[in-house]
Ligand binder design. Structure first.
Ligand code: NAD
Length: 439
């Protein structure tokens, strides 16, 4: 199949590289010239485990190319995927569809033979109709079909998720388009991956409902963690105890500083807006958005409390800045609220992140950045784990204590054993583990 991928970001680049790896011929079209230039030189502009190797191998095999021009790439394509961003519209909260609509207009200008237009971006229910309308302004309706094919990959495990997904969802109402989609995803289907065919609107809804449900699980366990801190229970035992119930499941029951990232915050917000506009408000989701926003500020207050009620003039070492490990993505990361809150309370913040320093630096003015964890901790009045990178799990805790000016560790990801931390003489404050999070 000849495939065009519009947008070479976290989703477009991974999807394009994986589809090329399946044997398809893929051209990624990206407006950002610097991204295209660096990809052509074999440099991948984002951090995603295994992606550089996959891109390089498929470039070398001649199956994956990059361009800024859809005109040349689009002609003769069997399918053109739209994988551009759909960020939150400021103040309003609904998905900003500008980039998707621009892409649809570009596509309308290049369609010659029958082409399947695949919306991979996360879009509001009904967005496929609008994409169809925009393309039909210039291209005859019998020459294209618009399909919804939302993406469920997780950053940090994106290649595995794309190649061996829990399911592929395809919202298609045109038989020719269905055959093209079947052929594109045949390698996954033959590998036993379930393909769910549904209507376009149901497919669009599946994506929002899935993300919101997961965000709800995270928020639920965060609130249970707060209650555990009041009542002296251990949230990790609670997660384990409830998660063994098949109806509940263990995943996404890890308490922390509130969800962030490129999807949950904007998608939960977009669904509340969509629901309100449809006169069917989802109060559960409205509440979780509010609870999650407030949680990030509450985490800063937790750090201040652990430092004896004030961080004024204190040096606080922050370990981890990205919204989760194994990515350099800083979109809506809890650190973007927690760090400025600490600074506003008078703290001097020094931070380290294994892969996120390049993306974090412009977003966190006034922060001193360290080259490694021990350099970050040196002479600090307290340490805070914000992101649970593996390399923080195995730190030499005696050396951590010796590096710090005061043995205070606030672990917002529960990565250290309480007993060992206490035995070492730390004031160890974590999330939801006994009274006040102190065991
Ligand atoms: P991103 O910002 O990393 O990438 C989008 C890319 O599209 C950018 O490089 C941008 O320059 C490019 N672009 C914008 N308009 C363009 C145009 N007209 N032509 C060519 N290129 C254009 O975004 P992302 O994280 O890859 O997300 C893309 C979509 O996928 C969003 O709707 C998101 O909600 C959804 N999604 C993201 C993830 C994730 O983990 N990041 C997971 C599932 C779904």
């Amino acid at each position: 199949m000849r495939i065009v991928m519009i947008g070479a970001g976290y989703v477009g680049l991974v999807s394009g590289a994986c589809l090329a790896d399946f044997g398809h011929e893929v051209v990624c079209v990206e407006v950002d010239e610097s991204k295209v230039a660096s990809l052509r030189e074999g440099r991948v502009p984002i951090y995603e485990p295994g992606l550089s190797e996959l891109v390089l191998a498929n470039q070398a095999a001649g199956r994956l190319t990059f361009t800024t021009s859809l005109k040349a790439a689009g002609r003769g394509a069997n399918a053109i995927f739209i994988a551009v961003g759909t960020p939150s519209l400021a103040e309003i909260g609904s998905a900003d569809m500008r980039f998707v609509h621009d892409a649809a207009r570009d596509i309308a200008g290049v369609i010659e033979d029958f082409t399947v237009v695949v919306v991979k971006s996360t879009v509001p229910i009904g967005a496929g109709d609008e994409v169809e309308r925009i393309i039909a302004e210039r291209a005859p309706r019998d020459r294209f079909a618009v399909v919804s094919n939302p993406e469920f990959l997780r950053e940090g495990a994106a290649i595995e998720d794309f190649k061996r997904p829990d399911r592929v969802v395809i919202g298609v109402e045109d038989d020719r388009a269905r055959e093209v989609m079947r052929e594109i995803y045949q390698p996954i289907e033959s590998n036993g991956g379930p393909i769910v065919y549904t209507s376009r609107r149901s497919s669009e809804m599946i994506k929002y409902a899935a993300n919101v449900f997961l965000a709800m699980k995270v928020t639920f366990i965060n609130e249970i963690a707060d209650l555990c801190e009041r009542l002296g229970a251990d949230v990790l035992d609670v997660s384990h105890g409830i998660g063994l119930d098949d109806r509940i499941g263990r995943r996404f029951l890890n308490p922390g500083p509130g969800f962030g990232g490129s999807c949950f915050p904007k998608d939960t917000l977009a669904l509340t807006k969509l629901a309100a506009d449809a006169k069917a408000p989802i109060r559960l989701v409205e509440t979780l958005v509010d609870v999650n926003d407030k949680r990030k500020t509450a985490m800063a207050a937790k750090i201040v409390a652990a430092c004896g009620g004030s961080v004024a003039g204190k040096r606080i070492a922050v370990l981890g800045l990205t919204y989760k490990p194994k990515t350099d993505d800083m979109r809506d990361a809890p650190s973007l609220v927690i760090v400025p809150e600490l600074q506003a309370a008078g703290a001097r913040v020094v931070a380290y992140d294994p892969e996120g320093l390049r993306t974090a630096k412009p977003l966190l003015p006034g922060v001193e950045f360290a080259d490694n964890a021990y350099a970050c901790l040196k002479g600090a009045d307290a340490a805070v784990v914000v992101t649970e990178w593996d390399e923080f799990r195995a730190l030499d805790l005696a050396r951590v204590k010796a590096s710090l000016a005061a043995p205070i560790m606030v672990d917002l990801r529960n990565i250290y054993p309480i007993k060992a931390m206490k035995a070492l003489g730390f004031r160890y404050v974590c999330v939801g583990r006994g009274f006040g999070g102190e065991g």
